[in-house]
Design a protein around this ligand. Structure first.
Ligand SMILES: Nc1ncnc2c1ncn2[C@@H]1O[C@H](COP(=O)(O)OP(=O)(O)OP(=O)(O)O)[C@@H](O)[C@H]1O
Length: 580
């Protein structure tokens, strides 16, 4: 079929439009050149007017009158002077032209300067033995080779140190092997400058490694009410690299949005229990306190501590069912918790079978927080009693369905004393403080993609939820408000988050015998409304429990409300700390 010619307007129109555009552009350029002084003066006048407005707004109200008077006097004097108005206009125009001139910043030099190029070259040379293979016909890495091909992207800070680097490597490099990766990461850490934390992102498909210098996580995050949904607990803050969500946090006067590590608990959680490990003084107790403060917002808490008595501030508070420091108290509380877990399961099961929703008293979250439970193991063995950890089996196994969450904090040195159930069922993990690669891999099940900080502040570490990525973590500072060394701001922040007391202050006491597990007095298990005979052996499966034996417990009757008679008042510093 013969082609018909395009209509004239279509074939010649585009050429005309292009010519028209060119003409318009030339005219605009010429006009800009001619009008340039006028444009500068107008811009300057705008800037002067804005500066005047700012000055006026900054002037306190009581000084505005005198200022107005001064300006009016100057205008009057100038108007009365011979040639005054003309000189004034000329001065204003000159000032406007000066302020309206374009301030062009010199363009940044392209490519690295000499010292930066030298750094990149030495980095390249250091990588040659790792990324080259004899017999490679066109090696990417070779002594005396070109670093430009190996490092397609790079960035430096003002001091000339690398802040970001993309490294290409040959496909035969074994980037799937942890040892090979670790060797490269260690080398880069040393060559790019120690004393900073680096993030390594291995792109195995693209054969690229991206090295990024991470800014230190802020250490000034105070305890505060976090904006979270029920069932969410903030473990701390992290980097924005792996977490999309942000949380508004208050830092003194200002508010910042930061990426948090949020742990979800409850029926739908895939990591219903948490294990926290660290060196002494690394902040594990602070994290437990932070979790307790958040848990008390929606649930009840039982605290068992084999450590140094840093939970006295929780005693007698609404929702705190027990704060136990002695072996007997710990056993009683955990036996109750195991029975309560069974009771909840059975009640929920019955309700399900009857076609009803789960009863209200099975849905309120119950938290079992254990600080250094390993300390009880030798005491229990010496006394011929159960290790309290053995009572955690039921809450750990079936806690998810019963809304019971277990958090265990312990020290690396005592990791061997942790029971199998604790190891097996705590799928959310946190490591705080300095830790070796073996310790990190042992607890987290994977190594972090970041190098460790030189000085690890308390509360700094890593968190991993299930099989997810390892996050850097900084726990909000949640010190013991009754500790003399706690700063006033931190003390007030923690006290403000504590729930109200359920016992009058003067009735609240700390039993000195409780602070030492060795000398712990036997506690009255009646406090939990459960007779020892009623308690089933807790390592039995709930399905094996005779439903009639598991008696419902009255959760409203908190154990702390029934104080033992021979007790001493709270230390005066503690009382003084809470006095308004
Ligand atoms: N997140 C944090 N931010 C700032 N300081 C913290 C943080 N966590 C802990 N600290 C400080 O570090 C010190 C030790 O904290 P903590 O008692 O929680 O550690 P720990 O691991 O429980 O050690 P220990 O078992 O020896 O008491 C305390 O003085 C505390 O104020």
């Amino acid at each position: 079929m013969a082609r018909r010619p395009l209509p004239r307007i279509l074939s010649t129109g585009s050429a005309q439009i292009a010519r028209g555009r060119e003409l318009a552009r030339t005219a605009a350029d010429s006009a800009t050149d001619v009008l340039h002084p006028l444009i500068s003066i107008t811009r300057g006048l705008r800037r002067l007017a804005a500066a005047g407005r700012r000055k006026w707004a900054d002037t306190p109200k009581d000084r505005r009158g005198p200022l107005l008077f001064l300006v009016a006097s100057v205008v009057l004097v100038v108007a009365l002077l011979p040639y005054g108005p003309l000189l004034a206009v000329i001065s204003v125009m000159a000032a406007a032209a000066w302020h309206g001139r374009e301030q062009r910043t010199p363009p940044a030099p392209e490519g690295p300067d000499e010292s930066q190029a030298e750094r990149l070259n030495s980095l390249y040379e250091a990588l040659v033995p790792y990324f080259s293979l004899a017999g490679d016909p066109s090696p990417l890495y070779a002594h005396g080779g070109e670093w430009q091909k190996a490092f397609p992207e790079y960035a430096f800070d003002e001091s000339g140190r690398v802040t970001q680097l993309v490294i290409r490597y040959p496909a035969y490099f074994t980037d799937g092997e942890i040892d090979s990766r670790t060797r490269i990461e260690q080398l880069l850490h040393a060559k790019c400058g120690r004393g900073r934390e680096y993030h390594f992102a291995w792109d195995e498909e693209g054969n690229r490694l991206t090295v990024t210098v991470l800014p230190p996580l802020p250490t000034d995050v105070a305890a505060q009410r976090f904006v979270t949904a029920p069932g969410e607990t903030v473990l701390g803050i992290t980097d924005p690299t792996q977490v999309r969500r942000t949380l508004p946090l208050t830092y003194g006067e200002e508010q910042r949005d930061v990426p948090p590590v949020v742990w979800r608990t409850g029926v739908r959680s895939t990591e219903p229990h948490l294990l926290i490990m660290g060196q002494p003084g690394s902040g594990t107790s602070s994290l437990l306190r932070s979790i307790a403060l958040q848990a008390l917002h929606h649930g009840d808490v039982v605290i068992v501590e084999g450590g140094t008595g840093e939970y006295a501030c929780f005693t007698g508070r609404k929702g705190v069912l027990a704060v136990e420091c002695g072996l007997t108290g710990a056993l009683a509380s955990l036996e109750w918790a195991a029975t309560e877990t069974e009771r909840r399961l059975i009640a929920a099961n019955r309700a399900r079978q009857a076609g009803h929703p789960p009863p209200e008293d099975t849905r309120r979250p119950l938290w079992l927080l254990l600080d250094r439970p390993s300390a009880f193991a030798p005491l229990a063995a010496a006394d011929g009693r159960k290790d309290p950890q053995s009572l955690l089996q039921v809450p750990l196994r079936h806690g998810r369905a019963a809304n019971v969450t277990v958090v265990v904090a312990d020290q690396f040195d005592h990791a061997d004393a942790l029971s199998d159930a604790v190891r097996q069922h705590t799928r959310a993990r946190v490591v705080l403080g300095p830790a070796t690669a073996d310790q990190l891999a042992g607890v987290l099940g994977a190594l972090p993609a970041t190098t460790p900080a030189v000085d690890v502040p308390p509360g700094r570490g890593y968190a991993r939820l299930g099989a997810g990525p390892v996050h850097r973590l900084q726990v909000p500072s949640t010190p013991d408000p009754y500790d003399d060394e706690t700063g006033e701001a931190d003390r007030e922040a923690v006290l403000a988050l504590l729930p109200p007391r359920t016992t009058p202050l003067e009735a609240e006491t700390i039993d000195p015998a409780h602070t030492d597990p060795v000398e712990a007095e036997p506690l009255d298990t009646d406090r939990f409304q459960t007779q020892p005979d009623d308690i089933e052996p807790t390592d039995a499966e709930p399905t094996a429990v005779n439903p009639t034996d598991a008696k419902p417990l009255d959760m409203k009757k908190a154990p702390v409300e029934e104080e033992e008679p021979e007790t001493e008042p709270l230390p005066t510093k503690a009382v003084a700390a809470e006095a308004p």
